[in-house]
Ligand binder design. Structure first.
Ligand SMILES: [Zn+2]
Length: 193
């Protein structure tokens, strides 16, 4: 179970006058991770490490690269703006439609609720999964889950077009998400590794 630390590998830094070290380690379970350490003072002042975990063919991997610190700060600001807009969208939707949403399903059989939420099983979850969610967290919690920004289209489909201000706010969140994605690919394009 113990980690074996490998000999650091030196690679050239972005300015080309120094280097950074990649210190890898692995254990008996074939788990591997690495740590990047900037050892050039000039690059240390100017660059920060950008990391991104992603999944490919069921395996989690980490992308790493050095990016100018202002680029990463802008990306972090864009991510924070998305996070905040999502939160506000949820709160707004709950305030505007929460009571109608609850009333809409009051007294209906669980299976009927599932039919409406999933358009007769066209979307996630399956009936079995839905029953399990209701058993685990209760119907009120399950219904509340649809106020997550990603699930709001279901609320709008069921409650109807009166929620047009909601649609506008959703478009604004989508715009911020696109901006964040653009910042993210900009950061990766500039990343040095
Ligand atoms: Zn350097």
């Amino acid at each position: 179970m113990s980690w074996e630390v490998h000999e650091p590998i030196k690679r050239p830094c972005p300015c080309g006058k120094g280097h950074y070290a990649v210190i890898g380690r692995s254990d008996d379970w074939n788990r591997f991770d690495e740590h990047w350490d900037m050892q050039c003072p000039a690059c240390h002042a100017e660059y920060v490490l950008y990391t991104l975990d992603y999944t490919r063919k069921g395996m989690t991997a980490t992308y790493r690269g050095w990016v100018p610190s202002n680029v990463l700060r802008e990306l972090e600001a864009a991510m924070a703006a998305v996070e905040e807009a999502r939160k506000q969208l949820s709160s707004y939707a709950i305030a505007a439609l929460g009571a109608r949403w609850t009333a809409h399903f009051a007294g209906k059989a669980k299976k009927t609720v599932w039919h409406e939420l999933t358009e007769n099983g066209k979307h996630y979850p399956s009936l079995g999964t839905f029953y399990r969610h209701v058993a685990d967290s209760g119907m009120a919690r399950v219904l509340e889950g649809y106020f997550d920004p990603r699930e709001l289209p279901t609320v709008i489909r069921i409650l109807g077009p009166s929620a047009s201000e909601l649609t506008e706010r959703m478009a604004e969140v989508a715009r911020l998400e696109r901006e964040m994605d653009a910042q993210d690919s900009r950061a990766r394009q500039q990343a040095f590794s």
